[in-house]
Design a protein around this ligand. Structure first.
Ligand code: F6P
Length: 323
């Protein structure tokens, strides 16, 4: 292998830059050059890349987002587009590809390998923590910490005014960010798509704490909840309790920002391991985290199995500790 490609795909996640840096520096250390495809699979299809040398990845480990850009690329679902892109990649002298993203991106990577014989390796990069085969995805830790910062600030206002706050966090169909943020942020309650009776329980619990004179009430709501996000839940609970409330939607604030120590280390390890896997001829693997260690997981498993739901014990814990 003489030349590697790398792309970041899907929603950007803090730590993607640390992964790019690790891939580039590991490859260069082995005498391999690196092409950074621009804007994910869109740039891959168009054959657009920039040369990533040692200096190109200097001073990026601390930066959120991704220096090579990302996109969602529905075009890549077409096998003809994939074949043309793989041929173009070969014509540009690129022998293998590291894909940083979530399970949709890994599906594309695996199809490239299976249909076109392109050696591929995956590194997780999504704040949602919803990828099979890994305990955590790169970006999740930072996103939760960003949400926590916001909640700590909202709590000051809640305590000062006595209003309830419904804070919506991201996570598409997964309640992982919500559950972790709720426990770590001392929230009064949490509403996630994976649980179904929590609003009724929440109303009673809030009623009880308001009667006891508690002033700050933070409820964390996952964006994917069937009750209609924080606006839907806020309206229902606010009406039932006839208590003033406000809604805060954190949105893309959670996607940006400096990656935490944890995301930087996990991303550095994963980037280096992805290159090692490709050099050793082990294509079709994702570098995930299991039991505190970085491990190779077959992409066939990653894309064919559902990520287990987040630990709902955290929901009970948030309730139990809410006071
Ligand atoms: O997958 C990451 C994520 O931030 C989800 O949590 C969220 O639902 C989605 O992306 C938002 O996507 P977009 O940036 O395309 O609106």
């Amino acid at each position: 292998m003489k030349r590697l490609g790398i792309l970041t795909s899907g929603g950007d996640a803090p730590g993607m830059n640390a992964a790019i840096r690790a891939v580039v520096r590991t490859a260069i250390g082995r005498g391999i050059s690196v092409a950074g495809y621009v804007d994910g699979f869109s740039g891959y299809v168009a054959g657009q890349f920039s040369e990533l040398d040692d200096r190109a990845v200097g001073n990026i480990i601390q930066r959120g987002g991704t220096i090579i850009g990302t996109s969602r690329c529905p075009e890549f679902l077409d096998p003809l587009v994939r074949t043309a892109a793989a041929n173009r990649m070969r014509a540009d002298g690129v022998d293998g590809l590291v894909v940083v993203g979530g399970d949709g991106s890994f599906r594309g990577a695996l199809a490239l390998q299976d249909e076109c014989g392109v050696p591929v390796a995956g590194v997780t990069g999504t704040i949602d923590n919803d990828v099979f085969g890994t305990d955590e995805t790169i970006g999740f830790d930072t996103a939760v910490n960003t949400a926590l910062l916001a909640i700590d600030q909202v709590r000051d206002t809640s305590e000062s005014t006595g209003m309830m706050f419904f804070v919506e966090v991201m996570g598409r169909t997964s309640g992982a960010i919500a559950l972790h943020t709720a426990v770590a942020g001392g929230a009064a309650g949490v509403v996630v798509p994976e649980a179904h009776d929590e609003i009724t329980v929440l109303i009673e619990q809030l009623r009880h704490s308001i009667e006891r004179g508690k002033r700050s009430h933070i409820v964390v709501v996952a964006e994917g909840d069937e009750a209609g996000g924080a606006f839907g839940v806020g309206e229902r609970v606010g009406k039932a309790l006839d208590h003033p409330y406000r809604v805060v939607v954190l949105g893309h604030i959670q996607r940006g920002g400096r990656p935490t120590m944890r995301d930087r280390i996990v991303a550095s390890e994963a980037g280096a391991m992805a290159v090692h896997a490709l050099l050793a001829g082990r294509s079709g693997v994702m570098i995930g985290r299991q039991g505190g260690k970085s491990v190779e997981v077959p992409l066939t498993e990653v894309v064919s199995r559902q990520h287990p739901p987040p630990d709902l014990a955290l929901l009970a814990l948030a309730r139990q500790l809410s006071g």
